[in-house]
Design a protein around this ligand. Structure first.
Ligand code: SF4
Ligand code: SF4
Length: 399
């Protein structure tokens, strides 16, 4: 905290300076304060006062704290980073500043609940670990063995959320259709730690990473296919490759491979005009733009139309960076703007590849009275297998 200001002279708190400088490791140094990040941030579209991202980065350069709510609003969408002319890793700096806030006991209370959920139950939703595999109780899923082609890592949200369980079930259908030898870890599947890392609790996230990386090595995991782009980004960017064979893939990458190898194909027409929303953690953070589009384009009858903002310029749904666990006031939801963009394409359905995006976009479409269903890419692919367009079901509806 800045201790005092006498005339034009600031006296800095040495302890805070040390914590901030140590946490950010000089990552903010290249910033030359142009303000492009502040101008790019989608909070400027929904709030009178945008987040001053430039100021946050400046405080990291100076080693001063006292960031207030702005620090916790960031969805880590990465749009500012994408446009920063100096290549400052802005989202990593923001996560690091959040880490300092945790050490200073300044974190929002609801994020404490999130961390306790991961600690006790190995999922951020605080649901019983013994129910993790309940979604698959009728599917006779095999336990992963090292001889399998892939470990299917279901993830916490697709395991517990009733709407998102449909994505996991769709993926099982597609893997079986393509004859993939796969298994899951069932109730032993651990949380990947992404929610912990994204809210900046670096030490705890590292404990989870170390433990899971050893588990994957012991299980003989080579290719791991994830439902969520968040788990994928976590495995791909933040996990060590202990065995030298660890290869994380998002399911859109894997399905796209299966299609190009001729193992998965769609023979029947599915006449539907769709638009695709790029999830931030699949697109900007991981550079996966083509594969989900390739899957959709492999389905006869699908017409893919783009929204004004797509690929690296796509607008965030608002659910990343721990924002799924904090309240966003009505009128300040990015997904409301995205829903309008989707409706402007005159598509019959909005398709995406992330549970957080589905949840936020579906809420916005429903609350604004727009009758556009939101599907996951895998659900559209399953519809194409039987070529029967399914009815959209409300988020959270019982399966
Ligand atoms: S866009 Fe990059 S260089 Fe410009 S103020 Fe933001 S962090 Fe600094
Ligand atoms: S990552 Fe996204 S939400 Fe966070 S400061 Fe940058 S543009 Fe704003």
């Amino acid at each position: 905290m800045v201790e005092e200001k006498v005339g034009d002279v600031l006296t800095l708190d040495d302890r805070a300076w040390e914590q901030v400088v140590q946490a950010t490791g000089g990552a903010a140094a290249p910033c030359y304060q142009c303000g492009v990040c502040t101008a790019s941030c989608p909070w400027g579209l929904v709030k009178q006062e945008p987040i001053s991202v430039r100021k946050l980065i400046h405080s990291a350069q100076l080693g001063v704290d006292g960031w207030g709510d702005a620090l916790w609003l960031c969805t880590t969408c990465g749009l500012c980073e994408e446009r920063c002319p100096r290549g400052v890793p802005i989202t990593d700096v923001i996560r690091s500043l959040r880490g300092v806030s945790w050490r200073q006991r300044q974190e929002p209370a609801e994020l404490r609940t999130l961390l306790w959920g991961v600690y006790w139950d190995s999922n951020p939703w605080g649901r019983p670990p013994s129910q993790r595999n309940q979604w698959a109780s009728d599917l006779d899923l095999p336990r992963f063995s090292a001889e399998d082609e892939v470990l299917y890592y279901v993830g916490c949200t697709a395991s517990y959320d009733r709407r998102m369980q449909k994505i996991a079930r769709s993926l099982v259908t597609l893997f079986r259709e393509a004859g993939v030898r796969f298994g899951t870890l069932g109730d032993d599947e651990p949380c990947c730690g992404e929610s912990v890392a994204s809210v900046g609790n670096r030490e705890y996230a590292q404990e989870i990473i170390d433990r899971n990386a050893k588990l994957f090595e012991n299980e003989g995991v080579a290719t791991v296919v994830t439902t969520s782009p968040h788990c994928f980004e976590m495995f791909a960017r933040r996990y060590p490759n202990l065995s030298g064979r660890f290869k994380p893939l998002h399911y859109t990458q894997y399905l796209s491979q299966l299609i190009s190898q001729g193992r998965l194909s769609f023979d029947h027409e599915l006449p539907m005009r769709v638009t695709y929303h790029d999830p931030c953690y699949l697109g900007r953070h991981s550079g996966v733009y083509d594969e989900p589009r390739r899957i959709l384009e492999a389905i006869p009858g699908i017409e893919l139309v783009e929204m004004d903002h797509n690929r690296a310029e796509a607008l965030c749904c608002g659910g990343g960076g721990g924002r799924m666990w904090t309240e966003t006031a009505a009128g300040e939801r990015f997904a409301d703007l995205r829903a309008i963009e989707a409706a402007e394409t005159k598509a019959e359905a909005l398709v995406t590849a992330c549970s957080f995006c589905i949840s936020c976009l579906d809420d916005s479409l429903k609350t604004s009275g727009m009758e556009m269903p939101v599907f996951d890419v895998s659900e559209v692919a399953v519809m194409a297998l039987s070529a029967k367009p399914a009815e959209a079901e409300p988020v959270g509806a019982p399966v």
